[in-house]
Design a protein around this ligand. Structure first.
Ligand SMILES: [Mg+2]
Length: 110
C-alpha cells in the first residue's frame, strides 16, 4: 500500500503546537479570505519582539514550493526585517525563529 502523503494542515498544527510551548511567542494561522492579502504566509506572529512569517509546505514533496506570489510576499516581509522562511517540519519552523531545542527534546519533534 502506498504511504499517505502528509497534509500541509497537519504540519501547520504540529508547528503551532510546538511554538505555543515556547516562551515569549504568539502564533496565529492566517485563513485565506477575501479580507486577507493573497499570498501572505500561513503562519505569523511574534517571538520576543521579532515579527515572523512562516510559509508551510508539505514534507516529502519537492513539488510543493511557494508560488511566485508567495515568494514575493515573503520577500516583502524579509525586507521589513521579519523572520521569514519555509517550513516542512517543526524543526524547520524552530530554525527560522532561531529557537534551539535541547537534545533531550529532539525526539518529540520527529
Ligand atoms: Mg502553505
Amino acid at each position: 500500500m502506498r504511504k499517505q502523503p502528509v497534509l500541509e494542515k497537519y504540519v501547520v498544527a504540529r508547528i503551532m503546537k510546538a511554538l505555543k510551548q515556547q516562551g515569549g511567542v504568539v502564533v496565529r494561522k492566517r485563513h485565506g479570505t477575501a479580507m486577507g492579502v493573497a499570498g501572505d504566509p500561513d503562519l505569523y506572529g511574534s517571538i520576543r519582539g521579532r515579527h515572523f512569517e512562516i510559509e508551510v509546505k508539505r514534507p516529502d514533496d519537492p513539488g510543493s514550493i511557494p508560488t511566485e506570489l508567495q515568494a514575493h510576499r515573503m520577500q516583502e516581509w524579509r525586507a521589513a526585517d521579519a523572520l521569514v522562511g519555509i517550513a516542512r517540519s517543526v524543526e524547520d519552523a524552530l530554525a527560522i525563529l532561531d529557537v534551539s531545542v535541547p537534545d533531550s527534546e529532539q525526539e518529540a519533534l520527529k
